[in-house]
Ligand binder design. Structure first.
Ligand code: SF4
Length: 694
């Protein structure tokens, strides 16, 4: 008898494609697209199609411990591992601010929630941050500031209902392939639909566009304000919408007066004609949809960039209707679930804020804590954890399901900080990784398919991911590990869960009446009725689009009025090149999983540096030659690819290669940690470098 397929979600990117897994086919199961999943309609990219191939490769099977980073790891029992964590936390409990956890958008919602309850509730420290800080925290801050609450307003159906798709800072074709697939088909079959892509590189996304604006790195706000100015001057502003539904328009107008088309075109390195064309299409299209991801977010002015884009939608009333709105794409599969559960150091579950006394009180009551137990101070963000290690303020660091020794900026400094960490716990499914080399205690984690939980994709759609195989060795679900530590610390009453469905039930109840209302959802409902988009109170069918009534959480939506400051580290005579980084179709993040899948390794066998032919000629280098790239912080050595796809003066290196997969090829050895003041998201997308032929 054939076992029926298990319906689940792809654990890679924020598109959140539905998968059907046939667990009994082959060694680790077979995958196909789930035609009934509304987000992907049966489509799946090469990463999703091969995901089960890594399930049995290089798994961490039991806890490992060592006294110092110079020692080899030796096996310990779970009891010994949990006892040591408990003792070390108890030793620091008088100074809870010295305890930090750094998590990941790979975690399921249940894992995230239990971690928040343990750290922010029971231990009284808000020092939980996640790699979403590096990915989309600028989008979070922008939505909060512009609308009064986080949450992408749009849905994937809008990809097929729009007349004009404006993509800025997103290589959707490679990084969110199934979203791009839907958009590309719509564009192809609906003549008159416009596709504009703004990117310093001619990416596969840009190649499909009607018009590609290859702006200079760091000039996004100039471009967006230039478009605003043109729309205004040419009668494209929706005055009725502005008057009835927005605030702050007068200040925005003053800012726009500084961005005339000739100056904007010169600053961005584009023609005035192209600028006017893009504005004209925006003005004459009935439904305008904009998409963005890390190209805007990973910037020292990331929040201002995302808000400058949202401004254009407010200026023209292009929001709250099918096929229109500003739509941020999340990188991680459950970055949205992380936001819902408060998985950043300034947030609490249910889109609550640690600085809001009412929000803290609501959770203290719900969690059975004493008043004042939740700290009113935002915790350490990702980079502040590193600086806390440098100063000795961090006494225990617990890293979960992420690989910061590849993904954080300024890696040499990160390594030095981790080298002096008094105690680092690393909870991960795979071994080795670059981060394991800096840990004292390794905890084997069950991964996707080995535990039951939920994940929310970029269109706010929650999908149940059921367990379909046993965890290997002694690996355990992340939420169970957190709950066991909580029990040993004396918080058993707060963590009574036997199953993850109980964790979800408790969390969902806490979202009732909140912008991310999931209170109508349960594991059972998701299993019986399929995925659902929040807000979804009890008895509700789910909400494809936010703000259709144009009532924003802040009442009126807010225009931002911010000038551009340009790159945080602009090129100069000593470091004359701008280095940017990005992702490739077949790899995911730091290759923890994709590096172990042969087909994907063959697709992208080695790192490289892209350079324009004119620049290569000046340096006297050819494709395949090795170069050294140096920044103020470190160096990398890479083979060259000469391509006109990159703007002259700019270099590109993919971010996937850490020390485990290639020697001296980690792009983040070069990047800097200067970050957006609002979102604290570092400017991973640009730094100033030198380049030398080797
Ligand atoms: S597009 Fe993203 S979610 Fe969909 S199959 Fe590919 S990696 Fe998975």
């Amino acid at each position: 008898m054939t076992t029926p397929p298990v319906k689940t979600l792809c654990p890679y990117c924020g598109v959140g494609c539905g998968l059907e897994v046939l667990p009994s086919v082959g060694e680790t199961g077979q995958v196909r697209g789930d035609r009934t999943h509304p987000s992907s309609l049966g489509k799946v990219c090469v990463k999703g199609a091969t995901v089960t191939q890594a399930l049995n490769r290089d798994r961490l099977l039991y806890p490992l411990r060592r006294s110092s980073l110079q020692d080899p790891f030796t096996p310990v029992t779970w009891d010994q591992a949990l006892e040591e964590i408990t003792n070390r936390i108890q030793a620091l409990q008088a100074t809870p601010e010295s305890i930090c956890m750094y998590g990941s958008g790979q975690l399921q919602t249940e894992d995230y929630y239990v971690a928040q309850k343990l750290l922010k509730g029971c231990l009284g420290t808000n020092n939980f941050d996640s790699n979403s800080r590096l990915c989309m925290s600028s989008a979070v801050a922008a939505y909060q500031q512009s609308f009064g609450a986080d949450g992408p307003p749009c849905c994937y159906e809008d990809l097929e209902l729009t007349d004009y798709a404006f993509l800025i800072g997103t290589n959707t074709a490679e990084c969110h392939p199934i979203i791009f697939n839907r958009l590309r088909l719509h564009h192809k079959h609906h003549p008159g639909t416009r596709l504009v892509v703004v990117d310093p590189r001619t990416t596969p996304t840009a190649s499909a566009a009607d018009l590609h604006l290859a702006i200079k790195p760091g000039t996004d706000i100039h471009l967006l304000h230039g478009l605003g100015r043109l729309l205004l001057d040419q009668g494209g502003a929706n005055q009725e919408f502005i008057a009835r539904h927005t605030q702050g328009f007068e200040d925005y107008l003053k800012v726009l007066s500084h961005y005339p088309p000739d100056r904007v075109a010169a600053t961005c390195g584009i023609t005035i004609a192209d600028l006017k064309q893009v504005a004209h299409w925006w003005q004459t299209s009935k439904r305008v949809l904009s998409l963005w991801s890390m190209g805007l977010n990973q910037s020292a002015e990331g929040t201002a960039k995302a808000r400058a884009l949202i401004n254009l939608h407010l200026l023209t009333g292009q929001i709250g209707k099918p096929g229109a709105g500003p739509f941020s794409l999340t990188g991680q599969p459950n970055a949205m679930g992380g936001r819902e559960t408060g998985g950043l150091s300034h947030l609490l579950p249910g889109y609550r804020s640690v600085t809001n006394p009412q929000h803290r009180h609501e959770l203290e009551v719900a969690w059975g804590l004493t008043r004042g137990q939740i700290s009113p101070r935002p915790g350490r963000d990702a980079w502040e954890i590193i600086t806390g290690l440098e100063t000795g303020a961090v006494g225990l660091l617990w890293i979960v399901a992420t690989n910061p020794l590849v993904s954080l900026p300024d890696l040499e400094r990160v390594k030095a900080a981790l080298a002096q960490s008094p105690f680092t716990i690393y909870q991960e499914a795979y071994h080795p990784t670059e981060t394991a080399a800096f840990a004292h205690l390794l905890l084997p984690a069950a991964q996707w398919g080995e535990k039951t939980g939920t994940m929310t994709n970029s269109e706010r759609r929650v999908t149940l991911c059921p367990q379909f195989r046993s965890p290997p060795g002694q690996a355990q679900a992340d939420w169970r590990i957190f709950a066991q530590v909580a029990h040993r610390l004396g918080f058993g009453a707060q963590f009574p869960y036997q199953e993850s469905s109980q964790v979800f039930e408790e969390f969902a109840a806490l979202t009732a009446g909140r912008p991310c209302d999931l209170s109508g959802l349960s594991h059972r409902r998701l299993s019986e009725q399929g995925p659902c988009q929040w807000p979804c109170p009890p008895g509700h069918p789910g909400t494809p689009r936010l703000y259709q009534d144009l009532n924003f959480p802040s009442g009126r939506a807010r225009f931002s009025a911010t000038h551009s400051h340009g790159l945080a580290e602009p090129p100069d005579s000593t470091y004359p090149w701008v280095l940017t980084s990005g992702r490739l179709y077949g790899h995911w993040h730091t290759q923890t999983r994709t590096g172990r899948i042969e087909k994907l390794r063959q697709m992208h066998p080695e790192p490289f540096l892209e350079i324009h032919p004119r620049d290569a000629a000046k340096l006297g280098i050819e494709t395949g030659d090795a170069v050294q790239v140096r920044s103020r912080r470190g160096q990398a050595q890479l083979p060259v690819r000469i391509t006109a796809a990159i703007t002259p003066g700019t270099l590109f290196v993919p971010m996937h290669w850490g020390a485990l997969w290639a020697d001296q090829a980690a792009v983040n050895t070069l990047t800097h940690p200067l970050a957006c003041p609002d979102s604290h998201q570092p400017e991973l997308k640009a730094c100033a470098v030198q380049i030398f032929p080797l």
